[in-house]
Design a protein around this ligand. Structure first.
Ligand code: ZN
Length: 63
């Protein structure tokens, strides 16, 4: 079992690691992450989630 904080690598700092839009967990160690993009006001919006469950919860909350 790896220490999750030691696996960020050199390319990405904890500050730069994206966080789940729904639960706020860091996605640096989320192999099952989901990304959702859409266009709003001609700009691409993008949110990321640690897994499909968070994506579903977020999507439900948007409607
Ligand atoms: Zn999440």
């Amino acid at each position: 079992m790896k220490d999750p904080t030691s696996d960020l690598g050199e390319d990405i700092s904890p500050d730069e690691a994206p966080a789940c839009e729904w639960c706020g967990d860091s996605l640096a160690n989320a192999p099952d992450r989901r990304t959702r993009t859409w266009v709003e006001n001609r700009e691409v919006q993008r949110v990321q989630f640690c897994d499909g469950a968070c994506l579903d919860s977020w999507r439900d909350s948007q409607e």
